[in-house]
Design a protein around this ligand. Structure first.
Ligand SMILES: Nc1ncnc2c1ncn2[C@@H]1O[C@H](COP(=O)(O)OP(=O)(O)OP(=O)(O)O)[C@@H](O)[C@H]1O
Ligand SMILES: [Mg+2]
Length: 456
């Protein structure tokens, strides 16, 4: 015991003090200093550099074939980067009621077939979880269930009864006794996540934590966890629509922006292997303001319908409403159309919507959004077999985007014959994909080719 000294470490910023302080002098947080044991002999060893050999080189580090645990749910496995890696920690975040617990239980039931799985819930009783599993008709009989909100009993249980996968629903309900602050506060969430992360790495457990997105869109405050965990998955969607998109916004073991598409049904979240077909099923043909765009999320091409409505405004300040696209981007594109093409939206309300409750984040949607705006303003529909994509710059130039061939191939697969795309992408397409492709350099060219009789 003589070899152990007590120190106090700030749980917020890591500041180390030899005595307890009510407030951290470094980050000014109250009650954030927690007791910690420090070994004297270890500190001496660190100072005695003569005994320490050089760190290993990359070539000397053993590298086993990476193991990945698959669920067999293609959409879920792909978003994880090809399955769960032992020793990794994944955050599953989303709005309340979007379907996080449902998706989690579905994945756990699959993993539970050949792995030891523990499901810890701080929000629901074991009976509620059982009822959900029955309702979803899941074969999850082997999943161990625990209703607990203190971190220490959870860690104790794992010490005594090791498992392969631990799921925690949700991180905001769990608290550690090390800190005397309320569950869900940033320091609690960080402390619990930090301890779980250590456990994951030490014992090669795959850990999944659910996180609620708070009102301002961040997880437990200002993205307190994103930098800590290995992967961050967001379950997105409009609760009034059946579609849910699982999006990897960070992944240390796979591609980010990768998406999986699900449909919420009575029996849970169903995979949608061909989402483009479903998303376009209700598209009105020959109607002005509707344009199909091909967006690529991760490695996944997605054809979706973009709708624009431009109508005379009775307001002093006309309305700009966008659903599924960024509102600032819409304002910018309207300004470019006014300046470069002579459109006038000063007396017009403008509404833009992405059908199916999908959210488009990449700039490749610019050109389609502008074509839909042109179509609605001129009240002229675009040809039914036309698909549009490309980024637009402030000078009205059409800029190339990534994955050109992938986008064209997906559109051809779904029966589209005309592709209005950036010239730089058209020039680089493989010969077998060039039929029906129109390479554009500027917005003016787009207006003249799609609406030759516009008179603008
Ligand atoms: N008994 C039920 N019958 C039919 N559908 C249900 C039932 N219970 C829940 N659902 C559907 O499942 C959806 C997702 O529920 P789930 O509990 O998985 O969401 P969640 O994201 O975990 O919510 P929370 O933030 O409250 O934990 C609900 O919005 C609802 O539409
Ligand atoms: Mg839940």
């Amino acid at each position: 015991m003589a070899d152990v000294k007590l120190v106090y470490r700030c749980q917020q910023c890591g500041y180390l003090s030899t005595k307890w302080l009510g407030r951290c002098p470094e980050c000014q947080t109250w009650h954030s200093l927690a007791e910690e044991a420090q070994s004297r002999s270890r500190r001496r060893a660190v100072g005695a550099s003569v005994e320490i050999g050089p760190p290993p080189t990359l070539a000397e580090i053993p590298c086993d074939q990476e193991e990945r645990w698959l669920t067999g749910m293609g959409e879920w496995d792909r978003v994880l980067g090809g399955g769960m890696i032992p020793g990794s920690m994944v955050l599953l975040a989303g709005d309340p009621g979007i379907g996080k617990s449902t998706l989690l239980l579905q994945a756990l039931a699959r993993w539970g077939q050949n792995r030891k799985v523990l499901y810890v819930s701080g929000e629901e009783s074991p009976q509620q979880i059982r009822l959900r599993a029955d309702r979803l008709e899941l074969d999850g009989g082997k999943i161990q269930v625990m209703a607990e909100t203190s971190l220490e009993p959870i860690l104790d249980t794992l010490q005594r009864h090791p498992v392969d996968i631990l799921a925690l629903d949700s991180i905001q309900t769990v608290s550690s006794r090390n800190l005397e602050v309320a569950p869900g506060s940033i320091s609690q969430v960080r402390e619990c996540a930090g301890q779980l992360m250590r456990l994951a790495k030490e014992r090669a457990i795959g850990i999944l934590v659910v996180g609620h997105v708070t009102k301002d869109g961040a997880i437990a405050g200002p993205r307190a966890l994103e930098h800590l965990v290995d992967a961050v998955l967001y379950l997105e969607g409009d609760r009034t629509h059946a579609f849910r998109i699982l999006r990897a916004v960070k992944n240390r073991y796979g591609s980010t922006n990768e998406i999986g598409v699900f449909e919420m049904k009575e029996g849970g979240l169903d995979e949608v292997p061909n989402p483009s077909r479903l998303l376009l099923a209700e598209r009105p043909v020959g109607v002005s303001g509707s344009v199909v765009v091909c967006s690529v999320e991760g490695t996944r091409p997605l054809l979706v319908e973009l709708q624009a409505l431009v109508s005379g405004s009775g307001w002093v300040q006309p309305r700009r409403t966008s659903m599924g696209v960024d509102a600032n981007r819409l304002s910018l594109l309207l300004a470019v159309m006014e300046k470069k093409l002579g459109f006038n939206f000063s007396q017009q309300d403008v509404f833009v919507n992405v059908a199916g409750g999908v959210r488009l984040v990449e700039p490749a949607a610019d050109l389609a959004m502008m074509t839909a705006l042109m179509s609605s303003t001129l009240d002229q529909p675009v040809p039914p077999g036309l698909v549009v994509w490309g980024e637009v710059g402030l000078a009205g130039e059409v800029r190339g985007v990534t994955h050109g061939a992938l986008r064209v191939a997906e559109a051809i697969k779904l029966g589209f014959e005309q592709h209005l795309i950036p010239r730089s992408n058209a020039d680089r397409l493989p010969a077998d994909l060039t039929t029906g492709c129109m390479g554009m350099r500027s917005l003016r060219e787009v207006l003249d080719s799609v609406f030759p009789s516009s008179g603008m």
